[in-house]
Design a protein around this ligand. Structure first.
Ligand code: SF4
Length: 327
């Protein structure tokens, strides 16, 4: 099946200034990432802060440029940004991000904001907007009487529902959701996630679900890519990743998920500091924290390769052939 969206070797480098004399250095926020998402599929992207997952999401939507690599959508290369064809395709991809209050305009009613994409992309005659807005509000579980409210008059969960309704207005084929429930209470998180999954199923929408919260990703994703300092470390079906993580970094992340009734004594505590994208370690970037690291890891970065079970991993030691032993 042709992927809905496919990224090939995406690279994004930022220049930063640091130190007393403002020396410039470059940060490879995304460093050669390739991925593909099928129509209707959900790819979870997980990793700690600084892993590049949000930058990757923005690149896929064309919000951030890729310095290298290519993005294909519906089997064709994305056209030049800003062109009429680019805008047409871009309307099929929408972003839902963490802070719904920041995503919404405080001066506009909820109905006006949900109708915005209909106007911008000229998707419907104006006289049909009210009906479509009412449909969208009902689909995300907002009441009709909330249409004329302003964002500050809604709860956090209701605001995120409004953001999702607006994202759905252009009938997208892809939603990129960047920590879409992290700002919500746990009980509301489950409601919003269930609502998103229902809408996805009903409309056949593909999702890229970016989150640091593996519990949430386990509930939504068909496949999972684990990122560390701009690169994918392991990718597999959600079932395979959570049942038998292989990469040492994935193992540590998965071991930290609380399981009801089970003590966290098997949790793998990572040594060292969380990643700093501005000072990337040589070789495998994970080596200063890795319990399996050996000499080769300090000098040569492992390639992402297939290791069986439909899984790819970037590790010199985890090859899928033999059980790795601690160094
Ligand atoms: Fe650990 Fe080496 Fe594998 Fe990197 S390549 S994850 S340092 S064993």
């Amino acid at each position: 099946m042709t992927p809905l969206i496919e990224a090939r070797n995406l690279v994004r480098i930022y220049g930063t200034r640091s130190g007393l004399f403002g020396r410039t250095s470059s940060v490879r926020a995304v460093d050669g990432v390739s991925l593909a998402v099928a129509p209707g599929e959900t790819l979870g992207i997980v990793g700690e802060s600084g892993s590049g997952k949000s930058t990757l999401g923005r690149m896929l939507l064309g919000i951030d440029d890729a310095q290298e690599g290519a993005i294909h959508f519906e089997g064709r290369p994305m056209p030049e940004r800003g062109s009429a064809e680019w805008r047409r395709l871009r309307a099929k991809m929408q972003l839902v991000f963490q802070d719904p209050l920041a995503a919404l305009d405080r001066r506009l009613t909820i109905a006006a904001q949900i109708a915005e994409p209909l106007e911008i992309h000229k998707l419907l005659p104006k006289e049909h907007h009210a009906m479509r807005v009412a449909e969208l509000m009902a689909a995300v579980g907002l009441r009709a009487d909330q249409a004329e409210r302003y964002p500050h008059e809604l709860s956090g969960g209701q605001r995120q529902r409004a953001v999702i309704a607006r994202a759905l207005a252009s009938r997208p084929r892809l939603l990129v959701c960047d920590e879409p429930v992290s700002a919500l209470d746990v009980s509301i998180q489950a409601q919003v996630i269930n609502m998103m999954r229902d809408l996805q199923e009903q409309n056949g929408i593909a999702m890229i679900f970016i989150s640091h919260d593996l519990k949430v990703v386990r509930n939504v994703a068909d496949r999972v890519a684990v990122m560390y300092l701009g690169r994918i470390m392991e990718e597999a079906s959600s079932d395979v990743i959570f049942r038998s993580p292989q990469h040492p970094y994935t193992k540590a992340l998965v071991s930290s998920i609380p399981v009801p009734g089970k003590p966290l004594r098997d949790r793998i505590i990572l040594q060292g500091e969380p990643p700093n994208p501005a000072s990337r370690p040589s070789g495998c970037a994970f080596h200063p924290r890795c319990p399996l690291a050996r000499d080769i890891c300090r000098s040569i970065a492992p390639e992402l390769r297939e290791i069986g079970d439909g899984r790819t991993a970037a590790c010199h030691v985890v090859t899928g052939e033999t059980a790795p032993v601690a160094a």
